[in-house]
Design a protein around this ligand. Sequence first.
Ligand code: NAD
Length: 298
Amino acid sequence: MSKKIGFIGLGIMGKPMAKNLLKAGYSLRVYDINMEAVKEVAAAGAEQGESAKDVAEKSEIIITMLPNSPHVKQVVLGENGVLEGAKPGTILVDMSSIAPLVSQEIAAKVAQKGVIMLDAPVSGGEPKAIDGTLSIMVGGPEDAFEQVKDILLVMGASAVRVGDVGSGNTTKLANQIIVALNIAAMSEAMVLATKAGVDPEKVYQAIRGGLAGSTVLDAKVPLVLQRNFNPGFRIELHIKDLMNALDTAHEVGVPLPLTSQIMEIMQALKVDGKAKDDHGGVIQFYEKLAQVEVKKNN
Ligand code: NAD
């Protein structure tokens, strides 16, 4: 019989990930402070949990998919949290993107009760969460990773163990720097092409197969051309990741000159009321500077 899984955090990402586990035949007990999300996943076959503690009491593997470090600390270590309910030997897989040092801190605390933690953040966004084709980067003990690998591969196309606990989130920070700077490069280039009088859709088609082609280009340019900035991945969440990247980098003695620039661009968009736009909406910063809009020519 497959192990009983608890799933906490049913947002843009967690909801489709939980549904994919149900589709694959796993039995799930779920919890979120948003009751609507809980009801929706329960309608797909999950049991409704009453709290993080309740989910932990009735599960052997617990997955969390929450916004940031404070939420994971609260849900795992706080009152009525995972640690109050978890039995020794439980594996906690935190799939949220949080600060690597916080992953290590939480792992050390739960270890005192015999709970093993993996940090396993993901890349790929909502479409890949729905398709079950996320890229999953995992930190923590090898044997715990081997025990949950099949479960991770229901949600992801790949699950790679990169090292000890915390290293999954360090890898995710590297990922987020590359994605943010790719979006900035795409934005500068498309604004230039448009204002110089060339159809941005044709520019995209002409360059996507060459060295400038990228997953970011293919994911974001079609949405920009339709002026669709619905998230996806919200600018405010990317700010959170870049904040974690800058903090971590400064702590280990690494300057991040380009990351600090894209961070300030995202801060300007936040002031401009666009924090909840998809991060592809970064192009709006460049459009304002150049007084031009990148869109489909009818
Ligand atoms: P989200 O805000 O849509 O979902 C977070 C969920 O956590 C919400 O349903 C919220 O109600 C719940 N929650 C918050 N506090 C809680 C608590 N105390 N107890 C129980 N539930 C609580 O965020 P998301 O887009 O699903 O992202 C989740 C994580 O995945 C983040 O760390 C994000 O950076 C990362 N991520 C997101 C994407 C993306 O494209 N959205 C891609 C890769 C990684």
